[in-house]
Ligand binder design. Structure first.
Ligand SMILES: Cc1ncc(COP(=O)(O)O)c(C=O)c1O
Length: 390
């Protein structure tokens, strides 16, 4: 398949395309959807073949015997991430927002503080607040246009009632692949403050050449009794509609607690997600991901070059993810004005920075996982919308 193919997603219940007009006022007629984090590409053939096979058989009953599914996950984590996972460590949740909510439910109590390194993926705060817990923001330091961890500053931002930290690794929206030292710093911080560490690694496969993602589980074995890992096929293979994710817990005591909450809520997996995951975590799936990352890297370079050509705009250098974080503060414009230009003049739907927490005020997030011609069109429209700055 070619990632260049333009697939019309209108009228398919695509939140990204079918709702951009009602949410952002970006016209369906000629708008470009660069917000929600899914891709405008079909998954690899092995994944759609699995669904075709299921459909050809035609009976959609209860799923049983998930050994091959668990082994596919184990194979992928070992092969792609050098991480050894055991079968019984794996839980399947309804995606990782659900996985996060389940961790909050299982390991914290109402009014506890939960630490987020902001700006960060907005659903974390949404889930924490909805569950009656408090978000404690530890802000990422911005050094030379790159986010870095600032443990000294974070010591002063802690309030004393925190019981959990949620790490986003690689980082959405900054695109950082955290180094081993940084991850060790997070492990030490969690030990120092006695926090459960939930490591959301949903973007772990979308890492650009020259960077290596290190699973938190491989960083420090002394935190195994406080560590919860979260991974999924959904970002990697563009199958987010399957609402499927894995919460992987090595520690038996944590696992018992998590399993008890899953049982209490009557949660079990959707068979479509399991069929797709088993097909995706395969050599064919791996080859597709390798091609995808090269393609995304090309898109990233095109957007970065175009942004660099507009005075006052700066995109963060992505080490991973297809979500480009663009800083508009150099324009001297207020948020309403630069957002209006992007949405009304350039007709591009993007995510607004403030939803990611403190530090996001002057940013917009652009999803570049779309055919290259669209990225190029978006770049031309941005140049035009900010042409007075040239
Ligand atoms: C860090 C992170 N976690 C979780 C999700 C969503 O997970 P799911 O669709 O499995 O609920 C996203 C989607 O953008 C994300 O960026």
């Amino acid at each position: 398949m070619s990632f260049d193919e333009i697939i019309d997603r209108f009228g398919t219940h695509s939140v990204k395309w079918d709702m951009m007009e009602s949410i952002y006022g970006v016209p369906a007629k000629d708008g470009i959807a660069m917000w929600v984090a899914d891709m405008d590409f079909r998954p690899p053939k092995c994944v759609s073949d699995a669904l075709v096979k299921m459909n050809d058989m035609g009976v959609y009953g209860y799923y049983g015997d998930d050994a091959a599914y668990r082994d596919a996950i184990r194979w992928w984590m070992k092969e792609r991430h050098n991480w050894t996972v055991e079968r019984d460590e794996i839980f399947t949740t309804h995606g990782l927002v659900n996985g996060t909510a389940m961790c909050v439910d299982a390991f914290t109590k109402p009014e506890d503080g939960i630490v987020l390194m902001t700006p960060v993926y907005h659903a974390f705060a949404k889930v924490i607040k909805a569950a009656g817990r408090e978000v404690v923001e530890c802000q990422l330091a911005l050094n030379d246009g790159r986010y870095e961890m600032d443990f000294d500053a974070w010591e002063t931002q802690m309030k004393g009632h925190e019981t959990m930290l949620i790490l986003c690794s690689p980082h959405n929206p900054g695109g950082r692949v955290w180094t081993r030292d940084e991850l060790q710093g997070v492990a030490d911080f969690c030990k120092r403050h006695n926090l459960i560490l939930v490591s959301d690694e949903i973007h772990h496969d979308l890492v650009f050449a020259g960077n290596t993602h290190i699973p938190m589980a491989n960083v420090d074995s002394s935190i195994a009794d406080r560590l919860v890992m979260m991974t999924a096929t959904t970002k990697t293979f563009n199958i987010a509609g399957s609402h499927s994710g894995n919460v992987i817990i090595a520690d038996p005591a944590l696992r018992a607690k998590f399993g008890a909450r899953m049982a209490a809520l009557g949660l079990s997996a959707n068979s479509f997600g399991l069929f797709m995951a088993e097909a995706a975590y395969s050599p064919e799936g791996a080859a597709w991901v390798d091609d995808l990352v090269v393609y995304l890297d090309g898109n990233r370079k095109i957007l970065d070059t175009a942004i660099a050509d507009i005075p006052g705009l700066a995109s963060m250098e992505l080490e991973a993810t297809y979500l480009s974080w663009v800083d508009f503060s150099g324009t001297g414009m207020g948020r309403e004005e630069f957002t209006r230009r992007v949405e009304k003049d350039a007709r591009i739907a993007v995510n607004h920075g403030p939803t990611f927490g403190t530090g996001g005020e002057n940013y917009l997030r652009f999803n570049i996982a779309t055919p290259r011609a669209r990225v190029q069109e978006a770049c031309e429209r941005l140049a035009e919308a900010f042409s007075d700055l040239q």
